[in-house]
Design a protein. Structure first.
Ligand code: ADP
Ligand code: MG
Ligand code: ZN
Length: 476
């Protein structure tokens, strides 16, 4: 029997506001424990929360960007549970009246475009953070994160493969980064994902029993955990057993998921509208202002790159997956107007370099201006493509502009016919046996001769000129 995976993701994105969602405490990361706290976010009795307008503004940006229907009136609700990182004993969230519903994003898998539905987007507050002392039997709590604003983005169960789940997540992350509302860091937890997955016989409509996967803190983990879980569920069904609805934890060291809690242990949160907060009313003017302020989004930028720069869809998708990378590309283009060449160097050399150094494009040791200058040096014949690679490496090392490196190291291409002619003659004189063999029909040796000339000139001879002169001398 053939099975089809069904996947739905719940994503939490930490909003980049300066202050918390219901008080004026700072959201800055890395402060000494419990210094960004006040009676409101510590859950003292008798204090009242006041909604941060910026949080609503940021959430509206996301809602508009993902084509959601925005509720003119929504409510905050209390989600009740006990845990030491939650001083109030409840989390303020939204429940039956979320701010946004019924949206979608587009993804592309193997050249095929697909729409993934968004069930809802709502606002909520983050909890604190527990720390456990490895040497003593104590735990410590830091409430700096308590009350930091989050949006939760819940997808429809429209995703059909781990790869598509990865593509959807990358798309969502690109959108929040373009909107400048969240820094989108999975590793550091400012962008978190829980994955729900079930399987069903291919061709059927009814949803199977799902499990919910947690502890997924990189794109790779999301895809690997889903892959593992799909296989696990398949084996259960093929054995004639039933999948149990439960929450499972991904273990990245053992590459497997293990049961965390079953349905019976699932919480009953006893949601109810928060009596301390007024219903949130959003008028058309507010929505129109948000619409007017939206930047060009990843999908639009990608289409523009394809249309105006004649780039393949793959290049355009990669370059626009990160707004700063797209900006870098366009900055290069302003100085060196050959889109495909710029794209090749960014995708091949630059991203490889950044990857190896664990750097973002923002921290690139090579500026867009210098990369453009390097490509110009190739284009106008000053250096060969091969020398350019070593200049690139030197730029990465020293941060010097390419022109300086070329001048200091004397890398200017030899394009003087007389000079090349002289070196070619020397090579021919030094290799009488190869010349003989060549003349007897072993024409493949042309590569050898070119290599010898390049060696003699340390790669600086213009390859086209070398070939021309060699042919002239050997073929007559
Ligand atoms: P909960 O709040 O209990 O996690 P939701 O109904 O909000 O439940 O669903 C959470 C996520 O699970 C959504 O993204 C949804 O698309 C997905 N989902 C729901 N049912 C299934 C299923 N049978 N298989 C896969 N995903 C599912
Ligand atoms: Mg859930
Ligand atoms: Zn506070």
């Amino acid at each position: 029997m053939e099975f089809e995976p069904v996947i739905g993701l719940e994503v939490h994105a930490q909003l980049k506001t300066k202050t918390k969602i219901f008080c004026s405490c700072s959201t800055a990361f890395g402060a000494p424990p419990n210094t960004h706290t006040c009676p409101v976010c510590l859950g003292m009795p008798g204090v009242l929360p006041v909604l941060n307008k910026k949080v609503v503004d940021y959430t509206l940006r996301m809602a508009v960007a993902t084509h959601c229907r925005i509720a003119r009136k929504s409510r905050f609700a209390r989600k009740n549970y006990f845990y030491p990182d939650l001083p109030k004993g409840y989390q303020i969230s939204q429940y039956e009246l979320p701010i946004a519903q019924h949206g979608h994003v587009e993804i592309e898998i193997n050249g095929r475009r697909q729409r993934i539905g968004i069930t809802r987007i709502h606002m909520e507050e983050d909890a604190g953070k527990l720390g456990h002392d490895p040497d003593r039997p104590i735990s410590m709590v830091d409430f700096n994160r308590t009350g930091v604003p989050l949006i939760e983005i819940v997808s429809e169960p429209d995703i059909r493969s781990p790869q598509a789940a990865g593509a959807y997540l990358r798309q969502l992350r690109a959108i929040v980064q373009y909107l400048d509302i969240c820094d989108g860091n999975l590793e550091e937890g400012s962008f978190r994902c829980d994955a729900n997955v079930s399987i069903r016989p291919k061709g059927t409509e009814t949803l199977g029993t799902r499990t919910e996967l947690k502890n997924l803190n990189s794109f790779k983990h999301v895809e690997k955990a889903l892959q593992y879980e799909i296989e696990r569920q398949k084996e259960i069904l093929l054995d004639g057993d039933d999948v149990i609805q439960e929450t499972r934890l991904w273990d990245p060291d053992k590459n497997k998921t293990t049961s965390m809690r079953g349905k019976e242990e699932a919480h009953d949160y006893r949601y109810f509208p928060d009596p301390d907060l007024l219903p949130l009313v959003i008028d058309d003017r507010w929505i129109e202002a948000v619409q007017a302020s939206l930047p060009e989004l990843p999908e639009q930028k990608k289409q523009r790159f394809i249309n105006s720069y004649d780039l393949p869809s793959y290049d355009a998708g990669l370059l626009t997956s990160d707004r700063e990378l797209a900006d870098y590309f366009e900055e290069c283009l302003r100085l060196f107007a050959h889109p495909k060449q710029v794209s090749n160097w960014i995708m091949g050399s630059l991203l490889g370099l950044l990857n190896a150094q664990g750097k973002t494009i923002h921290e690139s040791p090579i500026t867009a201006r210098d990369l453009a200058q390097l490509l110009e040096l190739i284009e106008n014949g000053t250096i060969s493509g091969k020398i350019a690679k070593s200049v690139f490496d030197e730029m990465a090392q020293s941060g010097k502009p390419p022109k300086t490196i070329v001048k200091e190291k004397g890398l200017v291409q030899i394009t003087d016919t007389g000079a090349v002619d002289e070196i070619v003659s020397q090579v021919i004189a030094d290799c009488p046996e190869e010349v003989e063999a060549y003349k007897n029909g072993k024409t493949k040796l042309m590569g050898f001769f070119v290599g010898q000339v390049m060696k003699a000139t340390h790669g600086k001879a213009n390859p086209k000129l070398v070939n021309e002169i060699l042919r002239k001398k050997l073929d007559t």
